[in-house]
Design a protein around this ligand. Structure first.
Ligand code: HEC
Ligand code: HEC
Length: 323
């Protein structure tokens, strides 16, 4: 069902492009083509609005991707959309929903070591999940995304109890063992490859990358960078168990865990200065895949688990702390 919804916006965009190409081929003129393309590539609104915010989250590649005709608008470093992870533009209850996000900010961020508001959090995804650069805090784009997320919260307040219920499998329960990327490769081949591709590079919607992806990449140069939340095996497994394969999320906990490890065993863009994350290292999640750590467990164990012993260690620190 959501697959159909996704395709619809893509095909609508595709048909604009086809019309443009046809126009050019028929010799009616490039000018008409450029004008027709404007909604996709140059749709900046001078005033912040919920609608513009929604567009930025849904069609990020076109609105502020690396191929934007105005270099100043190239904020995202990938042709993925925010909606590649925040499914159905964040409107769907459940995993990575944005419906209740506004009510959670400002809040303490262990990663940043201080209180962070919603705009900071959006920039967290811009610079990590989207491998891009920060949106200026007071830009029309940032204010629009914020307005959109606030509007989702307003919608949530008036949604009935039934519509608030996430339509997804029971939450991921972490197996009591290390994740196995080799077993994960088999899961990938059987359940993911058909959409995300043999090489994990996904499938662009058209030859014009500004149209974004039909199926986004899971690793490689156009994927999220190594500082993104999705590189944590537990975060990825939670998302995958809840949402993938798209339209048929039926993996076991073991399969989700292993395939998450397989996905994250590949090369992806590298983010500088990751060692500055988590100024207080005891706040670092057990599955953060990059050092330094406040413990002596091997990096492999932080990447793949088992995580029980690591949690146990930090718990024992708290117990011996007699302040
Ligand atoms: C590769 C996947 C991915 C992409 C793409 C992505 N995000 Fe995220 N986003 C995440 C993950 C993972 C979290 C963390 C959820 C958690 O803390 O449990 C998150 C969290 C957030 C939050 C905080 C949610 C909350 O309720 O606390 C906001 C806001 C957000 N993202 C906005 C965006 C925006 C805007 C974009 C596009 C510019 C974007 N994200 C792109 C994966 C992604
Ligand atoms: C039927 C096609 C399909 C299958 C099969 C599928 N996915 Fe996806 N996946 C998608 C689409 C489409 C999106 C983007 C969400 C959207 O556009 O609604 C996505 C998004 C993702 C994302 C977040 C975005 C990104 O690119 O990082 C991850 C991670 C992911 N899928 C992992 C998997 C894994 C692991 C499997 C196998 C267990 C899988 N998917 C199977 C279609 C599919």
């Amino acid at each position: 069902m959501n697959r159909a919804a996704t395709s619809k916006s893509r095909y609508q965009r595709g048909s604009v492009l086809t019309a443009v190409l046809a126009t050019v081929v028929l010799g009616v003129g490039v000018i008409v083509g450029v004008v027709a393309l404007r909604p996709v590539t140059d749709n900046r609104d001078p005033e912040p609005s919920v609608e513009y915010g929604r567009l930025l989250v849904r069609e990020t590649a076109a609105m502020m991707g690396p191929g934007h005709e105005d270099p100043a608008m190239r904020y995202s470093g990938t042709y993925m959309d925010c909606a590649s992870c925040h499914l159905e533009t964040g409107t769907r209850p459940g995993t990575l929903s944005l419906l209740q996000t506004e009510s959670r900010y400002p809040r303490f961020s262990g990663r940043d070591g201080g209180s962070r508001d919603l705009r900071d959090r959006v920039n967290g995804c811009m610079t990590r999940s989207m491998n891009g650069r920060e949106l200026p805090r007071d830009s029309v784009e940032m204010r629009s995304i914020e307005m959109y997320i606030q509007n989702l919260n307003d919608q949530y307040q008036i949604m009935g109890e039934t519509r608030r219920q996430p339509d997804e499998p029971p939450p991921f329960v972490e197996p009591d063992r290390a994740a196995d990327p080799v077993a994960g490769e088999t899961v990938y081949q059987e359940r993911c490859e058909v959409c995300h591709g043999e090489d994990g590079q996904g499938l662009p919607a058209s030859t014009d990358m500004r149209e974004g992806y039909l199926f986004p990449p899971l690793w490689g140069p156009d994927s999220f960078n190594n500082g993104a939340g999705m590189t944590r095996v537990l975060t990825a497994a939670r998302f995958i168990k809840a949402r993938m394969p798209l339209g048929q999320p039926d993996l076991t906990d073991d399969q989700a865990y292993d395939v998450a490890a397989f996905v994250n065993s590949h090369e992806r863009p590298q983010r500088a200065n990751l060692e500055q994350d988590y100024p207080d290292l005891t706040n670092k999640p057990v599955d953060s895949p990059y050092p330094p750590y406040a413990d002596n467990f091997p990096i492999e164990q932080h990447r793949l688990g088992p995580f029980g012993p690591i949690r146990e260690y930090y718990r024992s620190l708290e117990e011996t702390d007699d302040r």
